[in-house]
Design a protein around this ligand. Structure first.
Ligand code: IVH
Length: 716
């Protein structure tokens, strides 16, 4: 498109450009309103409209009958019945700078014949980034709800709007007998994130932003779908009204609130330009924390008498203006795609961008979510992309501008090896649905630097090595100071107590120094007592670690942190192989996977995860190093001759002589299978005081019920 200065345009050129602008804007309107799928950024759209208005300003005779400035939004969709708005639903003129706002007030004063020093009361409120809707109440009852459509005619979405929790079906107080409330339907960031997660899970397309999600949700043919989407509403103006309940904009909005309609709490009344701009900056500062998208601040002349005198110019009122925030979408070049590895091994693609200002902040990185998202966008290095920043959400790539794609750009191939440790990166299939997980994960759990801290935390946790005196913070500290990288390093700590002591002392000194500075106190001389204390901590830690060199096979397997292998599965596997030797041999065997799959209680996904873990050389090496420190205890073979071997047992209610965990372990050691729920397959239910539904189930299925004492007698 030509961007020649408007005053340099010839009439012929202007005519041609207006013609193209009318067509382009109509197409963008159709995509935005009709399909909820915009093709260009809001800023670019605004720029097209501004250019159109500027040319029309200079060549008033060339204004086309179908000029975009006569139209507000899109044509109504044939999906819904039409509603003719009795009072047109108009749009707002935009201001992009403080000067534009000053000019607006200047125009208002001139129009009303006021002097510069005359104060005018003006309201300032957030411009909600959703879609506008009109709610018609007759005698306090909601009778019709409609979209804006093209401003003259909208779509009847009454059934859908009625499902929005914040929209009252019946007004309270004494509303005018006919009241058309107008406001914005929007979606919070939280609801938006949850919705997209569900869409993704169900294999449905995700929405680019909360506004598109709100629009898409409201324009559903099935109101049940709208209902399942968490939507909200703010009332900010009105259409047809049988009598005005107040003389000012702010007064009427207050009344709307008194009828039970949700109104935005941030509206303020101002008397000067300075005050308006102050509210603008206040709202802008709050923007990221609001939890919903806003794209500017709307100023409205407060007096309704003055509003009436001011009237309208084509599509917008002279008495109001939207002061827009700097654009939150921008175009830039995708210079590279970098793969980051999360603490749980997830490979996350990050777009490295040519830095660009979005919403007043320079953005150089954006998320590309996952492998599928890159494929969906067909994002390629070298592409020009539209990025978006909403509130404090991480910037994301929304679209790729295919018409700007360089010839040399090749489809992106997602790596199948971890960029941090080189281990295989795999996508798992969900056992039940057979669907691929959206994330690719690194399998080098024990050695991958990105996952080290998380893995070590798990390693020392209660159901794994349960090392006394070694908590998460200490692990992080030792990792940062280069003392810990893999599990074997934990045991190596016992051979360097001075080093450990030094790291701890330095850490403590840094902490208390931080505290001293924060509290503004004088420096103190390091006390000898602190060092003594450190020595004691280290001695306890060393003892705690030493005590765990003797460890059960089940705990060891759990500690490895293999995906999908928790405490229970680890025990099942340990009971199957019984000794470390047999377990390691089993993992080396050619038919390892088949054997794993045949263990009762181990599914295909679990078997594959274990197999993947041992297929990774790095993991085997790390385990070998660890085993040099350990004395791994074999599992007790389940007794075949016990009176409960082969029986399925359920514990319920409070056990008084042992913990649930202990009871379970003893039963399993005697060859029983412990289950969490009662069915026809259950042989014995052990019920303590307070037993509820499981006891009832036992009676229903005719299962034998024992007290804790009876059970103990049976197994003793
Ligand atoms: S007043 C006649 N107030 O912005 C004036 N509009 O760009 C009617 N909007 O169509 C609009 N927040 O969908 C008004 N606090 C607010 C608003 C608001 C968002 C939307 C509305 C309007 C569009 C104009």
């Amino acid at each position: 498109m030509s961007t020649k200065a408007v005053d340099k345009l010839t009439s012929a050129k202007a005519k041609k450009e207006l013609d193209k602008l009318a067509r382009d804007i109509a197409e963008h309107d159709r995509r935005y309103h009709g399909e909820d799928a915009p093709a260009i950024s809001d800023a670019d759209y605004d720029a097209l409209r501004r250019r159109n208005a500027e040319i029309e300003d200079r060549f008033p005779l060339l204004v086309r009958p179908d000029s975009p400035s006569h139209r507000v939004g899109a044509k109504v969709s044939p999906k819904f019945a039409k509603v003719t708005h009795r009072v047109p639903m108009l749009s707002l003129d935009n201001a992009f700078s403080d000067k534009d706002v000053g000019d607006f007030l200047g125009r208002v004063r001139r129009f009303l014949g006021l002097k510069e020093e005359d104060e005018i009361a003006v309201t300032a409120e957030p411009k909600i980034d959703g879609l506008s809707a009109s709610l018609r109440y007759v005698d306090g009852l909601l009778v019709q709800g409609a979209t804006r459509g093209d401003g003259a005619e909208g779509e009847d979405i009454t059934a859908n709007l009625k499902t929005i929790a914040g929209i009252p079906l019946r007004l309270t107080g004494k509303p005018p007998s006919v009241l058309e409330v107008r406001g914005e339907v929007y979606m919070t960031h939280k609801a938006f994130a949850a919705l997209n997660k569900r869409q993704e899970r169900d294999g449905k397309p995700t929405y680019a932003n909360p506004r598109n999600a709100a629009a898409g949700s409201v324009r559903q043919l099935d109101p049940a779908i709208t209902k399942s989407r968490e939507l909200n509403f703010f009332a900010y103006t009105w259409g047809e009204i049988s009598e005005l309940p107040a003389q000012t904009q702010s007064g009427v909005v207050e009344k709307l609130a008194s009828y039970g309609l949700p109104v935005n709490p941030l509206m303020q009344r101002c008397d000067t330009l300075e005050q308006l701009l102050k509210v603008y900056r206040q709202v802008e500062a709050k923007r990221a924390r609001l939890g919903y998208d806003i794209d500017g601040v709307v100023y409205k002349i407060d007096s309704l008498k003055l509003q009436e005198r001011l009237g309208f110019v084509s599509r917008s009122p002279r008495w109001a203006i939207a002061h827009k925030f700097p654009a939150e979408q921008a175009e830039t070049v995708l210079e590279d795609i970098e793969i980051q590895v999360g603490r749980t091994g997830k490979l996350a693609p990050v777009a490295r961008l040519r830095p660009v200002t979005v919403g007043g902040v320079v953005v150089a990185n954006a998320t590309l979510h996952n492998e599928d998202q890159i494929a969906r966008l067909d994002a390629r290095i070298g592409d020009t992309v539209v990025i978006q920043r909403a509130g404090d959400v991480i910037p994301q790539v929304v679209t790729v501008l295919l018409n700007k794609r360089p010839k040399s750009a090749k489809p992106y191939k997602f790596p199948d090896a971890c960029p941090i440790c080189g281990s295989h990166a795999v996508r798992e299939a969900d056992e039940k649905t057979g669907k691929m997980d959206v994330d690719r994960r690194c399998t080098g759990g024990l050695v991958c630097d990105a996952q080290t801290v998380e893995r070590l935390r798990h390693f020392v946790s209660r159901d794994a090595f349960d090392i006394e005196g070694l908590g998460g913070t200490m692990i992080e500290l030792f990792h940062d100071r280069g003392l810990l990288k893999e599990p074997a390093d934990i045991f190596a700590l016992t051979e360097k107590p001075e080093k450990v002591s030094k790291v701890l002392a330095e850490h403590r000194a840094a902490l208390s120094e931080e505290r001293r500075v924060a509290e503004g106190k004088e420096p103190v001389k390091a006390a000898k007592k602190a060092v003594d204390k450190e020595d004691k901590v280290v001695a306890n830690l060393v003892a705690g670690i030493e005590a765990r060199r003797k460890i059960g096979l089940d705990r060891l397997i759990n500690a490895l942190g293999i995906r999908h292998v928790g405490e229970t599965t680890a025990r099942v596997i340990a009971r199957h192989y019984l000794t470390l030797h047999a377990f390691l041999d089993g993992m080396k065997a050619e038919d390892a996977l088949v054997e794993l799959q045949h263990i009762e209680g181990v599914g295909g996904v679990v078997a594959e995860a274990i197999h993947d873990f041992f297929a990774e050389k790095h993991n085997r090496e790390a385990l070998d190093c660890l085993l040099k420190w350990l004395d791994v205890q074999a599992m007790a073979a389940p007794s075949k001759s016990s009176p409960v071997s082969g029986k399925t047992v359920v514990f319920t209610g409070t056990l008084e002589k042992m913990t649930r965990q202990e009871a379970k372990a003893r039963a399993e050691a005697l060859g029983a299978k412990v289950s969490g729920s009662v069915s026809v397959k259950t042989d014995i239910v052990v019920a303590g005081p307070g037993a509820g539904s499981k006891l009832k189930d036992a009676q229903k299925h005719g299962v034998e019920v024992k007290t804790e004492d009876e059970w103990l007698k049976l197994i003793s």
